[in-house]
Write a protein that binds this ligand. Sequence first.
Ligand code: BGC
Length: 762
Amino acid sequence: MSKLIIILISLTLLVSCHDRNKSPQNAEMERFLDRLLKEMTLEEKLGQLNLPAAGDITTGQAQSWGIAQKIREGKVGGLFNISSLEKIREVQRIAVEESRMKIPLIIGMDVIHGYRTVFPIPLGISSTWDLELVEKSARIAAQEATAEGICWTFSPMVDISRDPRWGRVSEGNGEDPYLGSRISEAMVRGYQGDDLSANNTMLACVKHFALYGAAEAGRDYNTTDMSRIRMYNEYLPPYQAAIDAGVGTVMTSFNEIDGIPATANKWLMTDLLRDQWGFDGFVVTDYTAINEMINHGMGDLQQVSALALQANVDMDMVGEGFLSTLQKSLDEGKVTLAQIDQACRRILKAKYRLGLFEDPYRYCDEERSKTEIFTDAHRQFAREIAASSFVLMKNEDSVLPLKKGGTIALVGPLADNTENMPGTWSVAADFSQSTSVRKGLEAAAGNDVKILYARGSNVVQDTLFDSRISIFGKPTYYDTRDPAVMIREAVAAALKADVVVAAVGESAEMSGEASSRSDISLPECQRDLLKALLATGKPVVMVLFSGRPLTIPWEAAHVPAILTVWYPGTEAGHAIADVLFGTVNPSGKLSATWPQNVGQIPLFYNHKNTGRPLAPGTWFQKFQSNYLDIPNEPLFPFGYGLSYTTFTYGDLKISKEQLSGEDTLTASVDLTNAGPYDGAEVVQLYIRDLVGSVTRPVKELKGFRKVFLKAGETQTIAFKITPEDLKFYNYDLEYDWEPGDFDIMVGSNSADVKSARISWQR
Ligand code: BGC
C-alpha cells in the first residue's frame, strides 16, 4: 500500500472519528483493518506481534539489537521504556516513513506511579483509600507520559498478595479483592479517560494476569497453585474490574496456573478472559515470558510460541519467539493464519483507537512536554497524595505532631537520601529532583526549629547485600565507618535535641521485582541505632520507609511514634514534613496486614473460620487452630491507621433486621471527631455470611467511605447494602447470594468494628 493511500485513508478517518463507539465508525475501522491486513505479508504481520526491548532499561536477560533496521523491515510492532521524546520521534519516523506498510509503533512504558512527577508506590497509593486521588494520579501520569511519546502504560498492577516476603507487594494494592477492584477501575479510568484517541489519554494494561501475587514462599517468579473457588472469590476480581472498566490490554504473568504457565494457559486467556469476561483488547506477554516456558518444561521455543498464540496471546514482549518461529509453525500446520491475523488485528485495532494512524506523532508534543510535565500543580498533587498515603501506626503520648520550635535530631540512613524516595518502578523519574526528608524538614522548619543531622547507620551492614540493593540509580551510600562511630554521632545529636526523627526502613530496591526477602524485619544495624537513641530518653519518632508490610514487633513495643511512609515519590520530604508538623493530619489505612513474624505468613483478615477457631482474645488453646509461640493476631490489622485526632463510632444502626428479595438495607453509624484536630477517617463496611453452601470468610470488605470531619463535628455515615453485596462464587462457580444470616460490621479497621446481625431471605 502506498504512502498516498495511507494518507487518504487517514484523512477519511479524520473526518469520521468523533465517536468511535458508534457503529458506523466501528465499521469504518473494521474496513480499514481489513484493507491493511490484506496488504500485509506474513512477516509484517508477525512483526506487529513483536515488542522488542528498546534499551533504556532491561529487566531480563534477553537483549534486542539492530532495532532501527528491524523497524524498517516491518519486524517491530512497538517499543517500550524509552524515556526520550527525541528517540521516540525518531523510531516512529522510521516506522511511518521507512517501512513498507508505514504502520506506526505503539510506545509503552512502565508508568506505574507517576511519570516524571512520581507519586507514592502503589501500595502507598492504595493506603489512601481515596479513589479520587487514585484516579487523578493515573490521569496526571497519562497527561505527562503522553506529552513525551508514550501512549501505553503497563499499569495497573492488581495482583492480590498475602505474602509480604514477595517484593512486588509494593507494586500492588494489598490483600483485598474489594479495595483492589475499586482501585483497579479508578486507575483504568484515570489512564484511558473517555476518549482513547485524545492526545493526553493512554492505553492501560492490567497485569499480571493472573495470580502472580500468590507465588509460593513469596519467592518471585515461583509457582502458584490454588483452587478455582479461591481464584474467583479472592484473586481474580481486580483483573475483572479492569476489564469491566474497559482496559485496552492485559499482560500475562510469569507463573503457572493449574500446571500450565499463564502465558500458554488457554483456559485463562480464552475461556475466562475472552469468553466469560468478554475482553476484546490485546494480550501482551510479560518480559520473555514465552521463552521462559522452555525452563518451565513446556517445550522448545517453537513449541512454546505456538502454545502462547493458541492460548490467545497476541504480543510477545522481548523474547522474539513469535517473530522467529511462527512462520515455521504455520508451515507445519501447528498454528493457523487466522490465529496470526487475529492477534495482528487486535494490535492494529489498539493503534487505531489511539489515533496513531491519523497522526503517528500525536503523543510527541514538544510544547506539551515543556508545559505539562513536572508542573507545580503536579508536584503539589504529589505532595498531597503522598501525605494521604502515610499510615500512623503508633503515637504514644501524642509525640506527633512535632512542635515548630526547639531542636530536632534527624538521623537514619534514609534521612538524607533523594534517590530512594521514588521507590521501585520510576522509569522516567529524575531521582535528583525528589526531596529528601532532610530538605523537606529544613524547608518546613525555617528559622523556628534547629535541625541536627547525623546518619546513624547504614541501611544494611553488609556490603554484599548492599550491592544488591543499590542498583538502578538508587544508591544507599554505604558508609564504611565503624557502625559504633555512626551511632555515637547520632546519639550526640539526640542528646542536644528535644525530639529525634529517625528515617529508617528499607531502601527502594529492597522491594519490587526480584526483591523477595525471607526476613522482613528492620535490618539489625538500624535496630541498634534505634536502641541507642531510645536509651537517651528522648522521644523518638520513627519515619518508616518500606515497600511491604514489615515485621516490627520490637519497634512497635518500644518506639513511641511510628509513621509508615512507603516510598512517597517526588515530594517525599515535603509531604513527610507536612505530616510530622501537623499541617496535614495522617489518614492512611493499611491495605495489607502486618504480621508479627514471618511464621504467620500468609496472614490476612478475610480468612476462613476453620473447624477449630481460637476463641477471640485468647492465645493458646490445645487442639485449636493457633501457634504455641505466638498469638494469631497480626501486629497491625488490615484497614488500620491512626490520626492525630480521635474518631469515635456511635452504635451501628440498621434499617431492618429481616430482609427479603431485592430489599435494600441501610447500615449507619454516627462518626464523631472527638479530638483536637480536623481530620479524615476511612469508615469501613464488612459483611460476614454465616452459613453458606461453601465456607465463607470471617469478614469481607464491602464498602468504605473516607470522610473529613472538623474537630468536634459529627456525621452520620450510611451504607446501602443490596443482595449484590452478598454475592460470591459457589462450588459450581456461579455468582449468586444465598439466603440466611449475615453480620454487618462497620468500623475503623478490620479488627475494630461494631456489628449487627440480620436475616436476608429470597
Ligand atoms: C515485569 C513487568 C513489566 C515488564 C516491562 C517485567 O519484568 O514483570 O511488570 O511491565 O517487565 O518492563
